[in-house]
Design a protein. Structure first.
Lengths: 50, 708
């Protein structure tokens, strides 16, 4: 039973981390241009080192 | 982010940002082309493409203006238009809030489930109490945050003494939470935190889907709409021209209307000769020549030469304003349409409430004590809470809207899909709807390769609609223009140039024939190129398809009866020509009174009132802004096929929605007796809810294949 003392906070922490990551992604506009992101994979990037 | 650094250095203080819609972006190549080539232009510091919204954000300094950037984009091969500062931001914020609420509810649901599973599998004593406490700590803030959309809407409904789907949801969630808190405090056996949060999660998912669908269509349509801030160049007293917004125009001002511009106000021509295109206003397909002293109307496009126009009437009194007023009135009937989900809610909400109340009273009479009776009543509320019902409609409609989007049809909202499925007669405008609305050369067979290359070079340098049509047709054939020097365009006559010492010209024909034509001369050789406003490809097939679906079609047009009659004959349809906007509106209203559900397809300003009055309406993406806004759906591209697909998919959607409803009702018939018998534990509630939601979503996904 003492395992719970560690396991539950870890589980909650991981969930909370995921939630915070989603909030961050939302705020920073990661979902603004989904189709564009999918297409950009195909473009060749000539400018290295930027 | 700004991967494409400036060629020159820019002072960040002088940089401005402007956004342009570029509907023609289709592939990865377009993105890199725009982002790479634009900054090569002097004055442009950087460009960033938003592919989903078909927009480009350009940061530039004062050496280049919006019109200049549009020209640069045109040279790259993209039609572009500046957009006003984001008028749609607010709606995006709505979806964003819903998505965040879904995330929070999802987080809460999973963690509470984690704790609940161990309670279900037999944890007892201190462990169970501890887990209930932890669940409460997670659930209370989650419900407070994620429940707001429902609580707000339910409060609003109650304030107006009405009920909607959100009332039973809110009551169910709040009662379940309250009871669970009580259970936790008293160390009871069952806590329903998982049920309450799961309910919110599934319902929010439905809402978010619905909002995402509306956003997608809206941003698609916004990308098609032209610049909002219309106006005109007005001649000031000192002889300079100034841009004046349309609401600031006054009678007596002199507007300078360049070729290709749309008139912002009614007026009288005081200088210059030109032809104007009234197609948007009246449906008339032939450009009409105008000269000094003649009246021109706002909304008409000046196509050949610059003219000066003295304003006689402004925004409020123009011919357009009259159309806008008609549209306003016509649109009101549509707002009375009640969506199927709301119709279901009207029956559902009272039924759920009375069932819960009945079980409470019943168990009280049976002598169960208030605590047990209340627990059972709440179990009834939770298990009947419309998870499947809340997902039944949006899930199906989102899948359908996405399927249609791939075919080039943007549906504005779910109610449009419902109304499309009911349509039983179709009315088509002619110019720009059944036809492409652009002049295209009839036959270029008489021209050899050199002739075509010269024609393209000349046509490219002119803004005349015939030249544009010719250039478009030739470029599509893969013709490469020959270099021609000293190109000169004479207003009202044509384009002249020099090709290896030979005089070449693309002119208005010397001999007047019937229908629009151009004359290409190379040295002394003459070729006449005839133009016509061709039928959309697939027009006949689409009309036949509609007929097969039990939807007879008709043409209602503002164009001359002779032209309309000829087209009606080729398509074998009933047709009426020379209809005013009022007459079109009257036609639709009489049909509705006769019990029909007319589908209107039209593009011009003159179709606006009819589009607004129809049971459901579709406009092509080349339509006037007003028509696109009035229509329920907009189709992109030359083909008319999306109109047929729309009906097929809409009907399939309603079939799926009805199946989903039938399933949800069946589920309730099964679950409610169990709940009323007092046999529902949190475990059963959780299983029942997820299972019914999954089945509904899975059934809706079948629509991916609906359009075939």
């Amino acid at each position: 039973m003492t395992g719970l003392v560690f396991l539950i906070p870890i589980a909650l922490g991981m969930g909370a981390f995921g939630l915070l990551a989603f909030f961050w992604a939302m705020r920073s506009g990661q979902y603004e241009d989904m189709d564009g992101a999918a297409n950009r994979i195909l473009t060749e990037d000539e400018e290295y080192g930027e | 982010m700004n991967a494409h650094a400036a060629m020159a250095t820019f002072d960040p203080d002088t940089l401005q940002d402007h956004r342009f819609t570029v509907p023609g972006m289709r592939c990865a190549g377009c993105i890199s082309k725009i982002e790479r080539e634009l900054p090569l232009q002097t004055g442009i510091a950087g460009a960033r493409v938003n592919f989903s919204a078909k927009r480009v954000a350009v940061s530039h300094d004062a050496t280049i203006d919006e019109a200049g950037i549009v020209r640069v984009l045109e040279r790259l091969g993209f039609e572009a238009q500046p957009v006003a500062a984001n008028p749609l931001a607010q709606d995006d914020a709505e979806t964003r809030k819903l998505l965040l609420a879904v995330a929070v509810a999802g987080f809460g649901m999973m963690n509470i489930m984690l704790l609940s599973v161990s309670v279900w599998s037999g944890a007892g004593g201190v462990t169970r109490d501890l887990f209930h406490w932890l669940s409460a700590l997670i659930a209370i803030p989650v419900i407070a945050y994620a429940g707001r959309p429902f609580f707000g809407s339910a409060l609003m409904a109650l304030r107006y003494r009405r009920t909607n789907m959100d009332v039973p949801i809110s009551i169910g969630v709040l009662l379940a939470t309250g009871l669970s808190i009580h259970e936790t405090l008293t160390g009871g056996e069952h806590a329903y935190f998982d049920g309450a949060v799961m309910l919110l999660f599934f319902l929010l998912a439905g809402r978010a889907l619905d909002a995402a669908m509306r956003d997608k269509a809206r941003s698609g349509i916004a990308a098609l709409l032209s610049h909002m801030g219309r106006g005109a160049s007005v001649l000031a007293a000192d002889g300079t021209a100034q841009f004046v917004k349309s609401e600031d125009l006054e009678p007596g001002m002199i507007m300078i209307v360049a070729a290709g511009e749309t008139l912002a106000a009614d007026g009288r021509v005081v200088e210059g000769i030109t032809s104007i295109d009234n197609a948007m206003l009246t449906g008339e397909s032939q450009p009409e020549p105008v000269s000094i002293g003649m009246t021109v109307h706002a909304g008409a496009a000046n196509i050949s030469d610059p003219v000066r126009v003295e304003i006689t009437a402004v925004s409020g009194d123009t011919a357009i304003a009259e159309i806008a007023r008609l549209m306003d009135e016509a649109g009101q009937s549509r707002s009375r349409y009640v969506r199927i989900a709301d119709r279901a809610a009207r029956l559902y909400a009272p039924a759920v409430h009375s069932l819960a109340l009945l079980s409470f009273i019943g168990w009280m009479f049976a002598g169960a004590g208030w605590h047990q009776s209340l627990t059972i009543a709440i179990a009834v509320l939770i298990i009947t809470c419309p998870c499947a019902l809340g997902l039944a409609v949006p899930a199906a409609q989102v899948v359908a809207a996405n399927t249609l989007l791939k075919q080039g049809l943007l549906i504005k909202d779910g109610s449009a899909l419902e109304r499309l499925a009911e349509a039983d007669v179709a009315l088509f405008d002619k110019t720009g709807t059944l036809t492409v609305g652009k002049m295209r050369p009839v036959d270029l067979g008489g021209l050899d390769q050199t002739g075509r290359a010269i024609a393209l070079a000349l046509a490219q340098s002119s803004r005349h609609p015939l030249s544009k049509g010719l250039a478009a047709a030739l470029s599509r054939q893969g013709v490469v223009p020959l270099p021609i020097s000293q190109i000169k365009e004479t207003a009202g006559d044509g384009v002249v140039g020099d090709w290896q010492g030979v005089l070449v010209a693309l002119r208005r024909p010397t001999a007047g024939g019937d229908g629009p034509a151009s004359e290409l001369s190379i040295g002394g050789k003459l070729f006449t190129i005839l133009f016509t406003d061709a039928l959309r490809p697939d027009a006949a097939e689409t009309l036949a398809q509609l007929g097969a679906l039990g939807i007879p079609s008709q043409i209602i047009s503002g164009d001359r009866s002779l032209v309309v009659g000829a087209m009606a004959e080729t398509l074998n349809l009933m047709a009426t020509g020379e209809l005013s906007p009022q007459a079109k509106l009257a036609r639709l209203q009489s049909m509705k009174e006769a019990g029909h559900f007319p589908l209107m397809v039209g593009d011009g300003l003159n179709d606006g009132p009819a589009l607004a009055a129809a049971h459901v309406s579709i406009a092509p993406s080349t339509a006037s802004d007003v028509s696109q806004q009035a229509a329920d759906a907009v189709f992109v591209g030359d083909s008319l096929r999306p109109v047929g697909s729309a009906i097929i998919v809409a009907r399939a959607t309603m079939r799926i929605v009805r199946q989903n409803f039938a399933f949800a009702i069946g589920y309730n018939l099964f679950a409610v007796p169990i709940a009323m018998a007092g046999l529902v534990t949190p475990l059963i509630a959780a299983i029942a809810m997820s299972l019914s939601s999954l089945i509904v979503v899975a059934n809706s996904l079948r629509l991916f294949r609906a359009a075939g």
